[in-house]
Design a protein around this ligand. Sequence first.
Ligand SMILES: [Zn+2]
Ligand SMILES: [Zn+2]
Length: 336
Amino acid sequence: MAKVDLQQRDRRGEWLPDPLPAPSPLFSWPLRLLPALRAVAGDYWPYGWLFVALAVVSWLWFTPDLSRTGTFALGWIAEIYARNLVLMVVLYGGGHLRLYVQRAQDLRYKFSNRWPSADNRTFLFRNQTRDNMFWTLVSGGLIWTGYEALTLWLYANGVLPLVTLAQHPVYFVLLMLAVPWMRTLHFYWAHRLTHWKPLYKHAHYLHHKNVNPGPWSGLSMHPIEHLLYFSGVLLHWIIPSHPLHAIFHLLHAGIAPIPGHIGFFKVEVGKERAIQNGGYFHYLHHKYFDCNYGGEGVPLDKWFGSFFDGSASSEAEMTARRQRLRAKRGAAAGSG
Ligand SMILES: [Zn+2]
Ligand SMILES: [Zn+2]
């Protein structure tokens, strides 16, 4: 496998994945039905279901009963925070331990040929991993928990209409399936908003310190950004839902950043198998800042002119776009 790795690096030492990122066939026109169906199924199987399974387990066994959540109390809120901490430590920590501490596959399939900074003044404690862990577990964990506690409190007090599986099974399941799509759309717009200069300067800069991200970088954000990032759950305050939908939404937001920041195109499982991960698209966002604001599957970046797949032709397009933007700004400054 090391031989493959050497062949696929460009002259700057960057891993070039094959295939390059592209929007899902679901959005190609004319629609090719079979590839589109395969792509939709691929969103849920085999890995999408793991998120659902974790949410169901969390709701059934690791969420305080609604009979307790009608009044704010430290006890039940701490239980939710503890569960979220365990999820983050196991999943983010597991990825970090295997790929960055044990370096189980060395640099094979790693986008950058460098490891995260271990002594860099940019980061808290002069250490990228410790900085990322702090923002993830303290700010990320608390704000995730805060949204969840508030939602459960509202359900317990009958403020939000509660839809059950028994009453509306089809709607219930369809809404579960829609949650990842709701997240994708919300993430794109929330992320774009954080690139608005004042918000970037005061909040999103912190996430972008990670030019060479690792798993823990995914949820390493400023509290203002965490407030925005997790706010997608507010959709369930408007759309009739069950607490499970809200828990799934938050849990998805809480752990979905792992593949996007893990830094490897494939994660080797055993000697023969490697699981492909779509993280290259967002890796390019961390590297170049002004491209790929959303997920690669939805064509929002294509439609709004910020799509970049890492290829030479795409890079030429990006350079031309930057030049046009600079010229426009120059003209505006000249006339102002
Ligand atoms: Zn990121
Ligand atoms: Zn960004």
